[in-house]
Design a protein around this ligand. Structure first.
Ligand SMILES: [Ca+2]
Length: 81
């Protein structure tokens, strides 16, 4: 049972990393407001600066104005472990 749970966790982490890389257009390891805006524009969604800042703020634990791919963000999954 544990191996099934671990496999699900590993698959989820791989998906998160893949999505993160799609957002992180310059490969910096961070997603800034312009990169988030670009992804939403590709999806046909238009958010104003306040909305984008709020979205970044939800994942911005160090108040840097970006989200990052730090291991802690992707591996501290409480939903399946
Ligand atoms: Ca970036």
């Amino acid at each position: 049972m544990l191996s099934v749970r671990m496999c699900a966790h590993v698959r989820r982490e791989a998906r998160l990393r893949s999505v993160f890389r799609q957002f992180d257009k310059d490969g910096s390891g961070f997603i800034d407001r312009s990169e988030l805006d670009a992804v939403f524009n590709e999806l046909g969604k238009d958010f104003d600066d306040d909305d984008l800042q709020r979205m970044i703020g939800l994942a911005d634990q160090d108040a840097s104005g970006t989200t990052c791919s730090d291991e802690r963000h992707l591996t501290n999954c409480s939903c399946c472990c």
